[in-house]
Write a new protein. Structure first.
Length: 276
């Protein structure tokens, strides 16, 4: 069994000495984020930024015409796509494309783990968006982004694991180390990305069943409950714990949101948006 404290020290030292680089936001993502935060940027200005990235441009047009967002008139230009989707969703899509590019490894076991974590992140993002529908003080696109980035700390852990045979060859031990270290590293990444505190808290708390936000439910509550709901949906023997986050969202532990009419279709449509 690997010493996770020593592994964390080695990981932080590798990051501090630039031997292991944390995921960074490319220029187009930084510009989109800054434009969104300014709140005065027009759809045309944001579309001009996005136009410099062909892959992102194609993705936005595709999503704008997807079942989740399409209107009566098909959209064929970026300005209309940004206007239809809204700037917060545009930012989430930018981050999702970057994360898909990051989720890669050379070793087969680690590559499979990257893929698994990405798939789980997409599912949690979709459930998080649905959970936010009845919480007027939270933004549904921000909730979706919280789900998408909640386990981003696993990326550097996996990158570092490529140098450790005991992790490359032992999936169970790799999972244990990720669960222990991902929250701390994820928080560090989002701080580096200058994310708001409401999202920085998400990686730090997504495995903390005792987490209890101040006031109304927050994005950490949503992601925590989304993960529990995912377990409930996938495992018929799973017993939903009565954690504070569920109460914060105004829910009952026995409720399976997937069984609510229309929810499964919404979740599927959101997941498709990130897979195409």
């Amino acid at each position: 069994m690997i010493d996770e404290k020593q592994f964390l020290n080695d990981l932080n030292e590798a990051i501090d000495s630039n031997k292991l680089t944390l995921p960074t936001l490319p220029e187009v993502a930084l510009k989109v984020r800054d434009a969104v935060e300014q709140e005065t940027s027009s759809a045309n200005e944001i579309a001009d930024i996005i136009a410099s990235d062909a892959a992102l441009s194609a993705r936005l047009l595709q999503v704008a015409n997807s079942p989740l967002y399409r209107g009566r008139v098909p959209i064929d230009n970026l300005q209309m796509a940004v206007a239809r989707l809204g700037v917060r969703l545009v930012r989430s899509l930018v981050i999702s494309l970057i994360m898909q590019q990051i989720f890669q490894a050379t070793d087969d076991l680690l590559d499979a783990k990257f893929h698994q974590i990405w798939e789980e992140s997409v599912q949690i993002a979709a459930i998080s968006r649905v959970l936010s529908y009845n919480l007027d003080h939270l933004d549904k696109e921000q909730a979706m982004l919280a789900g998408l980035i909640h386990n981003i700390g696993a990326l550097p852990v996996l990158a570092m694991a490529e140098t450790r045979d005991e992790l490359v060859q032992d999936a169970t031990e790799l999972d244990r180390v990720i669960d222990i270290l991902s929250p701390q590293i994820g928080q560090r990444i989002l701080e580096m990305w200058d994310f708001p505190e409401s999202l920085i808290k998400v990686p730090a708390n997504f495995l903390n069943l005792e987490y209890e936000s101040e006031g109304g439910g927050d994005y950490s509550d949503i992601v925590l409950v989304a993960r529990l709901q995912a377990n409930l949906n996938q495992n018929t023997d799973f017993e939903m714990p009565n954690v504070p986050a569920i109460k914060k969202l105004g829910m009952e532990p026995e409720v399976n949101i997937i069984e609510i009419e229309g929810v499964a279709e919404d979740i599927q449509n959101i997941e498709v948006m990130f897979h195409n």
